[in-house]
Design a protein. Structure first.
Length: 607
């Protein structure tokens, strides 16, 4: 699909009042649905995979309804741009209420006051370092949250939650603003110069073409589409019914009544038992998504997954498994992500020089008139956003210099994840337990930062535990859909900024409504325990500085850089550096086998 820049006066309709209103109405419905699935029922987890199926389903329903409206009142039907505005708002709302965002934050706000005991000594260890304006400590408010059967709409609850919700939403707005400005600076390089494909935007673009005509013409009348849909739907529905009616036998399922077979159970002896949990799973949707990915990435996804497993076997065979966390797989992955960030900057170095000239008002041929925001305003937005983040952190107790380092690392990872999505549409990018809070304390030792900084590190645990539903890719994918529909990217910029703020408020509402109804004691997992147990350990028994994680980061960076160099130099090179980076964390366990199947199918198709 080719792209042409629109005339400033010929933008297609997209960010209209009715599209925004429909998106705003769907956002709380979507948040309620996502949290019901991921926390209350703990069944499907749409926000742990890059392409959120709940957002795709919502788009499908709205597009079908739009076609019915078009048949009766053609002039009132939504345009493609308007449909994509709705989809993007729902996708962004899904990211912020997702499994690695608000679902971790909300329990953390109350957790220490519910679970502090004389045995764990939390109150004397770190309560004085937890800012009251970020926490909820009222015993009656907390009791209802954890025990359930409570309506949280009385003044007592509003008064307790209003201030923390305001300041946490302010933090998220500042973060989203910086991400949007960074996306505005790199968008032209990635879209127009490198011509990256933005794979995860293809499906919504095809669904909504012609306001839905493309959906009917190319999918609903396509026999092969219906064959594939029926096969996958039959297997999934049958296996879903098996969960509730065991007499229905599961189909095409390696295990017995499960969606996977644990290959690790076949290797009980040393050193092979080091592979641990190794599920061979069956997810038809991931096979279909995988076939759209490049062959070298598909090969690398399963190859490096097995590579990490064999690395663990080698460590145990050599007797090095007595060294905690060796061979530091998460740190190697962290280095690979940083390598991908550095490579993105290197590829765009000439473009970024022109951007710098544009910001400084020097002569350049670079045109930013059609960009989401002028480059000078984007740079100013990044500076203002960072100042706001530093002031926020300083008020919470973090040293300003450390806040700059912390968010510098965080936004570097964010840019790497956004690049992964727009270049390859990588299905997962979780990077568990490897954010700046983990890496800095491992390498430098937690004692060097002091308890106040460590407390803020722990309060930031919620958006650094993992990065599966990171919001930055949704933003730049929104810009891509604005470009493809020839709508105003500047209107999309402000939509995404305001929509992100509303989405965070909606996430708080859905979490509180459902947790007060069902009781967070049974539904909120152990997220708070993970953060505050770590903080207690940092304060009472801080581990010493360790150079090994730093070495592992360097090794991961070097390996990813070597793979990238060889991929550029040798056209036949089968190893993709992204395969090395994304297969080191937890989520790949569930999708490596479907990606292997997709690789086999694509090999056969292309041979």
């Amino acid at each position: 699909m080719t792209t042409t820049n629109p005339s400033p006066h010929k933008y297609a309709r997209a960010v209209t009042l009715r599209a925004v209103l429909i998106g705003l109405i769907l956002m709380p419905v979507n948040a309620y649905w996502v949290i019901q699935m991921e926390m209350v029922r703990y069944s499907a987890h749409p926000t742990t995979i890059s392409l959120f199926f709940n957002a795709v389903f919502t788009l499908l329903v709205v597009t079908l309804l739009n076609r019915l409206v078009a048949r009766r009142w053609p002039q009132r039907a939504l345009t493609q741009g308007e449909l994509l505005v709705i989809y993007t708002l729902v996708a962004l709302a899904s990211a912020l209420c997702g499994h690695d965002m608000a679902q971790v934050l909300v329990p953390m706000i109350t957790w220490p006051f519910r679970y502090a005991t004389p045995a764990n000594r939390w109150q004397e260890l770190f309560f004085e370092y937890l800012p009251g304006w970020l926490m909820v400590s009222d015993p009656e408010v907390i009791r209802g949250y954890y025990e359930g059967n409570t309506r949280p709409y009385g003044w007592m609850f509003v008064r307790a939650w209003a201030v923390p919700i305001f300041f946490w939403t302010l933090l998220v707005t500042l973060m989203l603003g910086v991400m949007l400005c960074v996306n505005a600076l790199v968008r032209q390089q990635w879209s127009n110069r490198e011509k990256l494909s933005y794979p995860l935007t293809h499906l919504p673009l095809q669904f909504t073409r012609g306001g839905g005509d493309g959906l009917f013409a190319e999918l609903f009348r396509n026999r092969l589409f219906w064959i594939g849909f029926a096969a996958a739907a039959f297997v999934d529905i049958n296996n879903g019914l098996n969960l509730y009616y065991p007499f229905i036998r599961p189909l095409l399922t390696p295990g017995f009544g499960q969606s996977y077979l644990d290959l690790g159970s076949f290797f009980p002896d040393r050193p092979w038992r080091a592979i641990g949990w190794t599920p061979a799973s069956w997810y038809p949707f991931m096979v279909g998504l995988g076939v759209t990915m490049p062959l070298d990435f598909l090969f690398s996804a399963w190859f490096f997954y097995l590579f990490w497993k064999l690395e663990l076997v080698g460590v145990m065979a050599l007797g090095w498994d007595n060294i905690p966390r060796f061979p530091y797989i998460n740190d190697q992955a962290f280095g690979a992500y940083l390598s991908f960030f550095a490579f993105s900057l290197w590829l765009g170095r000439n473009y970024l020089k022109e951007v710098g000239r544009k910001i400084l008002g020097r002569p350049t041929k670079l045109d930013d008139s059609q960009e989401p925001i002028s480059y000078r305003m984007a740079a100013l937005g990044i500076v203002i956003g960072m100042i706001g983040l530093v002031l926020w952190c300083w008020a919470a107790g973090m040293s300003p210099w450390l806040a700059v380092i912390f968010f510098g690392i965080y936004f570097a990872l964010s840019l790497a994840i956004a690049r992964m999505r727009v270049e390859l549409g990588t299905p997962v990018h979780d990077l568990h337990f490897t954010g700046p809070d983990w890496t800095l304390t491992e390498i430098c030792g937690p004692a060097v930062f002091g308890p106040r900084n460590l407390a803020v590190f722990s309060l930031f645990f919620w958006f650094n535990r993992a990065y599966r539903c990171h919001p930055m890719p949704s933003q730049i994918e929104g810009f891509r859909m604005a470009e493809q529909t020839r709508s105003s990217q500047r209107a999309w910029f402000w939509l995404l900024l305001a929509g992100g703020t509303v989405a965070m408020l909606v996430a708080f509402w859905a979490m509180l409504h459902l947790m007060y109804a069902y009781g967070a004691a049974a539904k909120s997992g152990s997220f708070g325990a993970e953060a505050y147990n770590r903080l207690a350990t940092w304060i009472t028994n801080p581990p010493p500085a360790d150079r090994n994680p730093a070495i592992a980061v360097g090794v991961g960076f070097a390996i990813a850089a070597f793979l990238q160099y060889m991929r550029v130099r040798l056209p036949w090179w089968p190893f993709h550096p992204l395969g090395f980076a994304v297969t080191a964390s937890w989520e790949i366990n569930l999708v490596w086998m479907p990606l292997f199947i997709a690789w086999l199918l694509k090999m056969v198709i292309l041979s």
